[in-house]
Design a protein around this ligand. Sequence first.
Ligand SMILES: Cc1cc2nc3c(=O)[nH]c(=O)nc-3n(C[C@H](O)[C@H](O)[C@H](O)COP(=O)(O)OP(=O)(O)OC[C@H]3O[C@@H](n4cnc5c(N)ncnc54)[C@H](O)[C@@H]3O)c2cc1C
Length: 508
Amino acid sequence: MSRSTSLNAARRETELAALEARPDIDVLVVGGGVTGAGVALDAASRGLRTVLVERDDLAFGTSRWSSKLVHGGLRYLAKGQIGIAYESARERDVLMRVTAPHLVRPLPMVVPVYRGDAPMRALIVRAGMGAGDLLRVLAGTPSSVLRGPRVLSARQTLRLLPGVRREGLLAGILSFDGQLIDDARLVIGIARTAAGEGASIITRCSAQSVSADGAVLRDEIDGRIIPVRPRAVVNATGVHADALDPRIRLRPSRGTHLVLEGAALGHPRAALTVPLPGSVDRFVFAMPQPDGRVFAGLTDEPLDGPTPRVPEVPEEDVDFLLERFNGALATALTKDDVIGSFAGLRPLLDGDGDSANLSREHSVTVSPQGTVTVVGGKLTTYRAMAEETVDAVVAEHRLAAAPCRTREIPLVGAASHEELDSLDAPRHLVARYGMEALDVVAEADDDPASLTPVVRGITPAELRFGVRHEGALDVSDLLERRTRIGLVPADGERAAAAAERALSEVGR
Ligand SMILES: Cc1cc2nc3c(=O)[nH]c(=O)nc-3n(C[C@H](O)[C@H](O)[C@H](O)COP(=O)(O)OP(=O)(O)OC[C@H]3O[C@@H](n4cnc5c(N)ncnc54)[C@H](O)[C@@H]3O)c2cc1C
């Protein structure tokens, strides 16, 4: 890496001034979700002068509302989409072993099997897990990283899922997949790694228009207009991709998760996985999080009307999820158990059929003006999508660029598990920051109060680190994306003053 990976308000100003002074760049990436950040990293690491603009904050869109799974593509396998399934398993391997071992951990997932369940269903689910494990082997992921599936006794099932209904419980089918410590942290890690490779990462800056003659940017903080002359533009604006390229036709679908206290489900140690009635390949999941809470999701409902920047959670999604989980639980959940909720919009490419069957595959297209739009896909496969996109950019615009090398570039903070385990830093910081946990500790400046949690284990040192190194510009960046304190509104209110303090302390 040639440049600092730190993003902050001062660097943003410097990058904007440099862009105004030298508007001729190689690649303009529009959108700071996982897709745009991945493209910026790929392009910059091939030696292209790259600028990423994001109109809000990094991970402002769909990328922060995911299920936070780095999945091996089991679901695609069930649909016979072997290519996508294999790509998922291969990219999961890259993330877990090379680029982000610090951000992804194995998540045990259990499907409870009851007397009275259709026997064929259990057999099909078990066979599916076996096929998923074959993909793991083919992708080269050793069982020391992700263990293979197995059948559990009723007792073993209850040990992992103490909250499930006991009567009639026969067994559980256990399998493992990857779980991100947090999706927004993945995006920020990719964007900072791109900055280290020389990309300019500029948040609060929107692309107003793109054409064959250039692009018009707007600084969303002071309103100034910045014309730029990129040789290539990549549209990575997710569910808003049609605003920059009207040929793109999307049919967004809403996926809702509920936030629950772990106690409401008996403090599960695995993801409770419940098949949807009449289906063998569609499930709802209640996934334990590192802080003990549980995210339970998810719905798949076509979005009606205009596409909002931040989707709301309708009551019917809450009712649907509670009903699905209550069928498997000993003590029914009520709305009082729901301490937070969030919804994300899948940027699905338009097609026929219900939204659960629309393509999850990505598409890379080139408009008549030469704008390359990349849309669809998933967090897990961001690197492969970026590689394909930059290959298209280089070919279309005849840019001189080195071959892709992102498969070998660890994200900021990444290291092997041996190195992470032996780091002399608090474990909860290593889990979120990897090797940078030491820099977070340094932020405390020997003041024990700075390492004393404000809310849910998050400390003032982390908030300051977010401002100094992770590009947080305001309270919402800190509470909604550098940390996820804001997922439970009451927590966000309690932490707001500490976030204000961190911003003013670092700004001084
Ligand atoms: C509910 C749900 C659960 C999911 N779960 C998983 C999962 O567990 N694992 C997985 O691998 N995948 C998952 N996915 C898929 C994955 O989250 C998405 O495919 C991915 O996040 C899309 O990222 P993106 O960067 O393309 O879009 P986004 O994250 O939406 O980013 C687009 C960005 O562009 C910005 N933007 C828009 N217009 C402009 C403009 N004019 N100028 C500047 N910036 C602009 C927006 O502010 C936004 O930040 C899930 C998706 C959903 C909806």
